[in-house]
Design a protein around this ligand. Structure first.
Ligand SMILES: Nc1ncnc2c1ncn2[C@@H]1O[C@H](COP(=O)(O)OP(=O)(O)OP(=O)(O)O)[C@@H](O)[C@H]1O
Ligand SMILES: [Mg+2]
Length: 408
């Protein structure tokens, strides 16, 4: 069929032709934005889930709704190696300048700029030519203690008060939130705690891999009180069918029921895989309906493409030690895995595996769904690992075996 008209959209953050199965969380986001704007208390949202389930798509959608509702929005994506402060400052500066253009009496916006300047001094981050343009002195002692858990809440409160004065609201949306350090996360959580206490119109909505199990102590209990953590998971069979059928129906094409069944079996309902299968099935079909046979033909192409791209780019970033760790996980099935079992499988002591585990977490390959457990962040990665390295024996086990063999 006409490839130009192919409705499917595999790709990071690409809006799907049909946002299936997410009505509940979108409704929660609408209610949250509506309530915060009216300064009513509401738990905020941290959308968590594995790779390719549609978190970025949802966050972008929520950003659009917030803008439509009159929010000033800040949408940022965390990185492995960029600090929260460095990411936020240019955006907050823009928000404050936009607020400054709204005519109203009051000093809160100018104060906000002063606090931002003091924050900037304390984080000792060079912004080069980040020109403020306004003749406002940094407000000494407001957000310049150098302790992010104190300074960030003060800064965000100043921004929120500026928005309140201008009768508007601010939404900060952060993607890939798991990349922040624990002290950055706890600074954000403390800031939101202050917002809620003072009922200020600033909301934080995050998305990323599951972070709650990694938080500890006070931050964790605050986080649980301040945020809902909707689990963005695979789609049900019904929603998966809708995600495939509705976009093609709009073009007078349809999938046969057994083709939909087969695609669901292969994708397990994971949205990114659904887009890939839909896309290839459309290209393989010559006419409507898209049959089981077409779906099966498409599968070979999809499997190959996923192995060469989606999975492979992640695999290629790994050191040999990291690959070995992941392969030992995959040996144990689809997970989650007890860290002790992984160690046993590797023939290594658990304590010696700390660094490789930490670097895999930092690379976003694995996460800890519960204390003592590990799991892949990429759906079906265990199968890929077994396909790529069919035979597995750890280095430690191999050398002990060859050692034994050489002793008479
Ligand atoms: N509800 C949905 N129905 C159908 N397809 C969807 C849905 N949500 C997302 N997709 C598709 O899934 C793919 C991945 O979406 P997205 O990039 O938002 O995932 P993600 O969770 O942010 O992944 P990552 O953790 O890798 O950043 C995109 O191709 C998108 O079109
Ligand atoms: Mg994403």
């Amino acid at each position: 069929m006409d490839r130009i008209k192919n409705p499917f959209s595999p790709g990071a953050g690409s809006p799907p032709p049909e946002l299936a199965g997410r009505d509940g969380v979108m409704e929660d986001a609408r209610v949250l934005l509506g309530r915060v704007k009216q300064k009513r208390p509401e738990k905020s949202l941290l959308l968590t889930g594995l790779r390719g389930v549609g978190k970025t798509v949802l966050l972008n959608e929520i950003d659009r709704i917030a803008q439509r509702e009159g929010y000033h929005t800040v949408l940022i994506e965390a990185h492995e190696d960029k600090s929260l402060a460095a990411l936020l400052v240019p955006h907050l500066r823009r928000v404050l300048f936009d607020l400054d253009r709204i005519k109203a009496a009051g000093e809160k916006v100018r104060r906000g700029i002063g606090v931002l300047k003091s924050f900037l001094g304390a984080i000792k981050f060079s912004y080069g030519e980040l020109e403020f343009g306004l003749d406002i002195e940094p407000e000494q002692g407001s957000a310049d203690s150098g302790d992010l858990e104190v300074d960030l809440p003060n800064l965000l409160v100043a921004v929120a008060e500026a928005a309140e004065e201008r009768r508007t609201a601010v939404a900060i949306l952060i993607d890939e939130i798991q990349y922040f350090s624990t002290s950055e996360l706890s600074a954000l959580i403390m800031a939101m705690h202050r917002m809620q206490q003072r009922q200020l119109p600033l909301v934080l909505i995050g998305a990323g891999l599951p972070i709650l199990p990694g938080l500890a102590g006070e931050s964790k209990s605050y986080a649980e009180r301040l945020f809902n953590f909707p689990d963005i998971g695979p789609l049900s069979e019904r929603d998966a069918s809708k995600a495939l059928q509705d976009p093609v129906r709009a073009m007078r094409v349809q999938f046969d029921a057994d083709a939909l069944k087969e695609i669901f079996r292969l994708t397990r309902g994971y949205p990114y895989f659904i887009q890939e299968w839909g896309y290839q099935a459309w290209n393989h079909a010559t006419a409507s309906p898209i049959t089981l046979q077409v779906a099966q033909m498409a599968s070979a192409t999809v499997g190959d493409r996923l192995d060469r791209n989606f999975f492979r780019v992640r695999f290629d970033r790994l050191t040999p030690k990291e690959k070995e760790y992941l392969r030992a996980m995959a040996q144990l099935g689809s997970g989650p895995y007890r860290t002790a079992d992984i160690a046993r499988n590797l023939g290594a002591k658990m304590t010696t595996l700390g660094p490789v585990r930490a670097s895999l977490i930092k690379k976003g390959m694995i996460y800890s769904p519960a204390h003592g457990d590990m799991a892949f962040t990429v759906p079906l990665f265990d199968e890929f690992m077994r396909r790529t390295i069919p035979f597995f024996e750890s280095k430690a086990k191999r050398s002990s075996r060859s050692g034994k063999a050489s002793t008479p």
